[in-house]
Design a protein around this ligand. Sequence first.
Ligand code: DGL
Length: 270
Amino acid sequence: MRLKREQPIGIFDSGVGGLTVAHAIKQLLPNDTFIYFGDTAHLPYGDKSAESILHYSKKIAEFLLEKNCKVILVACNSASAVAFSSLNDYVGEKAVLMNVIDPVVEHILQNKTYKKIGVIGTKATINSGAYEKKIKEKRQDIEVKSLATPLLAPMIEEGFVYDDISNAIIRAYLSKKELKNIQSLILGCTHYPIIKNQISKFYNFDVEVIDSARIVANDLKRTLISKDLLRSEGKTTNQFFISDYTPYFEKISKMFFEEAIHLTKIDLWR
Ligand code: DGL
């Protein structure tokens, strides 16, 4: 079946993290509509096994395909790192499948100035070594230092941002020897752009903090243009689905999207 411009873009994450990407997409592709799925019943993904993450992701992909999405964007680093290739076999030609790791790696590879990079993310992402392997494959001259920061996503989901508790946790992680002397830091979890300023402040703005949201949105735009799938006109109504109601999801989604947000709770695993 041929994909059409009018079809929506499907985006999913374990919770609010993917909203950072959805927000960048809305700004860059104002005529496209998206369907967002936040798997709040199963978060955090980062502490789960690859099998569980794939199990959740497949069901969500199936749901987004039923909703007729032309693109399925895995807006979660953990799922991008451990479930993407199996998801690719599953989705096949039914939609364009994209992840949030490859565009960031491409961005790094294209810029000769990167030499010493830090990556922070969930245990699933960091233990997979996805960023390191993909960067080192093409650029052995870049030193990549990785650190799992598993408390950050749950901390953000609980609404602990820009306060003393989150400052203390961020400081404890970023002071670790693994991240000594880095020039840039990849936020390898889509939740982290929410605390980007806090992280930059820890480094006194001396370390470039690389946030995937805009990079991924730009990559999506290029992909849609190259496949003649970019929607250039029409009314947009975005839809938000969650697997469990959380007050913070509602708060953050309203903050990102000024429109009236209608959240639908749906259990795909019944
Ligand atoms: N936002 C996700 C990521 O990019 C998932 C965080 C989590 O649920 O552990 O990895």
